[in-house]
Ligand binder design. Sequence first.
Ligand SMILES: Nc1ncnc2c1ncn2[C@@H]1O[C@H](COP(=O)(O)OP(=O)(O)OP(=O)(O)O)[C@@H](O)[C@H]1O
Length: 828
Amino acid sequence: MSNLMYNKMWHQTQEALNSLLDKESQKITEPQSNKVIIFQMLATFYIKYVQIFRSVENVYDQIVHPQKRILIRKILDGVMGRILELKNEMVELELTEFHYFDDILQDLKLAPQQLDVPIPKYFLKERLDVIKGREKILSWILTNSGLQIPQVRHTVKSIPLEEAVKLVQVAERARQGRLRALFMKQIYLQELRAKQMKMLGDKVVDTSTAALQIQKVWRGFHQSKKTEKEREEEMIFLGMNPPSIFNEVSATIIQAENVSRLRNEVQIKHEENYREALVTIKEDLRIMEGPDMRESLQHQIRQWFIECRNLTGAFPDYPNVEDGGSAIIFSNKTPEQVIDDIIASQEEEEKNKKKKQSDTEKKPKKAKKEKEKKEEEDEEWKMSPSVFLRLMEEGNNLYKDMWMNKDESWNFLQDYDPEMIKEEKRKELELEIRVQVDELMRQELKNLKLAVNREREPPPKEGKKGKQNKGKAGKKRKKEKKEKDLTPDRTIESLYKELVEEGLLIQAQKFNLSDYIGEYSYLGTTLRHVSIEPMPSLLDVRQLITLYGILPLGSAEVHENAPLVKSLLLAGPSGVGKKMLVHAICRETGANLFNLSSENIAGKYPGKNGLQMMLHMVFKVARQLQPSVVWIQDTEKTFYKKVPQAERLNDPKRLKKQLPKILKLLKPEDRILIIGTTKRPFDAEIQSLCKVYQKIILVPRPDYASRYVLWKQFIQRNGGKLTKALNISCLAKVTDGFTQGDIIKVVKDVLTERRIRQQARKPLTAVEFVTVMTSMNPVYKEEEESFKNWYAKTPLGRKRLLAQMVGGGKEKERDKGKKKGKKEKKKK
Ligand SMILES: Nc1ncnc2c1ncn2[C@@H]1O[C@H](COP(=O)(O)OP(=O)(O)OP(=O)(O)O)[C@@H](O)[C@H]1O
C-alpha cells in the first residue's frame, strides 16, 4: 500500500480513538451498580480498543514518516496499556480470567478473528541486532562448552569399503533384475496376444459389433469422468469444497509482502536521516540564530535589572541555577509578580505546617468517615484511575494540533519535516544559551551592584545545602543496602557465560505464538447464560498469554504503568502446550530464558549461600539484559505437600522460601516474568503456590473444533494430503480427550517417508491414525475434574464460587439486564 493509504488509515484510526476517548470520559464519571451493564460497557470498550490497536499497530509498522512514528508509538503504547487495564477491570468484576464476547461481537458485526490481540512487530524489529547478537553469543558459548543440543539431522555413518562395494553391487544387480523381469513380461504378453489372435483368426469377426463395443466402453468411461468433474465444480460453486487455487499464495499477496519489505527499508533510511537532521539542524541554528538569541536574552535581562531598580530602588537578586535561572522571570511574569509569588509560597508553607499539626489530631475521626464513605462507594462501581487514558489523550491532542490539518503536499516521500525539528531545537538551544547568558549576567549584576550601590554579595549558604545533600545521600545509601551486590567485581558477560555453562540460561526454541493452533469458543456466553462454566478454548489461552506475558515484556512503558503481572502459572494436563507457550513468549519478545526447574538446579550451587548466589546471578543478568523469562518447569515440586522418596535427593523445595522474597524485589521497571508450568498442581500446597503465582491460567485439552484444526494442520505440515478418503471430522470426534502432544506423536508415527510416498496410490484414512492412537492414554474425565476442583480452590476460583453462591440468581439478573438493555435500545 502507498503512503497515502497508510496516512488515511492513521487519520481514520485517530478519529475512532478520539470518539472512543470522548465516550469513555463520559462513562467513567457515571457510577453504576448493575454488574451486567458494567461488564457490557467494559467489554465494548475492550473490543473497540482492540480494533484500534490492530490498525495502529499496522500503521506504525508501515508508515515511513519518522516524526509521525514517534507520536504513533506513544498512542500505540497507550492503547496497549488501556487494553490491559480494561482486562484487569473485567477480571475483577467477573472474577474469572476468561471472558466471552460473542453476543457483543454479534451486535458489532465482527468476526471472532477480529478480536485477536496482535503482537506489535516493533518488539523484535527494533531490537533485531541485539537479539541476533545475543543468539550468536549463546550458541558460541554452548558449542565451546560442548552443551549444544545436536540438531536433528540424518547422521551419515561411514562404512568399510568392502561393504560399500557390496551394497552398490546388490543395488545394481537388483536394478538389472528388475529390467530383465520387465523385458520377460513384455515377451510373455506378446506371445499371449499372438496366441489369442491365432485362435480368434478362425472366427469371423464382425467389425461393427466390435466398434460398438469399444464405443460403449469409451463413452461410459468418458461420461463418468465428466460427471465427476462437473460434480467437483458444483461443490466448489456451492462453497462445499475449496477451489483448487485455495492453498496457493496469490501473486498479489507476494507483491504486497515485497512492498511492505521495501517500506521497512525506506523506514530505516528515513529514521537515519531524521537522526542526522536532529544534529545538523541544531548546529545550523546555533550558527545562524545563536548570536541573535544571546543578544536578545542579554538585552531582556538588562532591561529587567533597570526596571526592578526603578520600581523597588534596588537591583534584584539573580535566580539560582536550581530554580531555572532567568527562565522563571520571563515566563510571562513581571518582576513584582515574581516577588509576590515568593511571598505567597512562603505563606503557603506556613499554612501547610499548621494544617499538618491539626490533621494529626483529627486523623482518627477522618479515618472513620473515610471508611464509611468507602463502604458506600463499594456498592457503586467506578472505573479505577487510568494512566494510559492520559497518555492517549496527550497523543490525541498532539495529533489534533500538529497533524490533523497539516498540508503535506510538499512531502511526497514522507521524509522528516525540518520546520518541526527547528521549532523543537530552537527551544533546546534557547535553554542552553540561557545557561551561558545567566552566568555572564550574574557577573554583570554583581559588578553593577558594586559599582552603583557598593553592595557586597552575601556569602552563599553552603552550610545548609551541605547538610541537605548529606541527608539525601544518607537515605539513598540506606536503600541501596537492601539489595546487596554479591558480584560487584564481575562483568555481565562473565555472569552470562557462567549461567549458560551451568545450564541455567537456555536457548528458547523457535516457536511463534501463531504456531499455537486452535479454534475459538463460539458458545461461551450462551453456556454462561444457562449456568454452565464453559471450558476455555485454546485461542482464549493464547490471548491471555499475549496480554499477560508478551505485551508487558515487549513494551517498557506498558510494563511500568499497566497492572503489574510478575508471575504466571500455566496448569494443565501433559502435552497441552505449556512448554511451547513459554518458548513462544521468549521468541516473540526476544527475552532471555532462565530455567530454574527443580530438576535443573538440583546439585548446582549447593548450600544456602550457593543458592543465594545463583538467584542473585540469575536476576542480575535478567534485569540487565531484560526482558527475561524465568521458567520453573513442574513447579508443583517446589511446593510439594510431601516430597516423594525418590526425589528427596534433588531437594525440590529449595526455591520455596526464596521465591516470595524475589517477587518482592521485582519492580515495575524490571521486565522479568516468572512462569511456572505444572501438570500436577494438586500435589502442591495450594496456599504457598498461589502466593507466588499472581495469575493462574488453566490450559485445557483441545475441544472438538480445535482438534479438527489441529489434525488438519499437523497432517498437512507432515506431508500428508487431505482427500475425501480421510474423514477429519470423524478423527476429531473420536479422539476426544487426547492432547495436542498425542496428536502430533500419532501423526509423526503414521506419516513415515514410505507412507507419504504411497499416498498417490493409497490415500490416507482415519483408521490408520485411530489404530495408533488406541495405544495412548487420554485425559480422563476424572483428571479434568480434579483440575477444575483444584482451580476452584485458588483465590480467584474461590471468589468466583462465593460470588456465584451469594448471587444465586445472578444469571437470571443477567438475562433481565440484557432484555432491559435490548428494550432500551429499541425505544431509542
Ligand atoms: N496448540 C498447539 N498448536 C500446535 N502445536 C502444539 C499445540 N499445543 C501443543 N503443541 C505441540 O505439542 C507438543 C507437546 O507440547 P508441550 O511439550 O509444550 O506440552 P506440555 O504441556 O509442556 O507437556 P508436559 O506437561 O508433558 O511437559 C509440542 O510439540 C508442541 O509443539
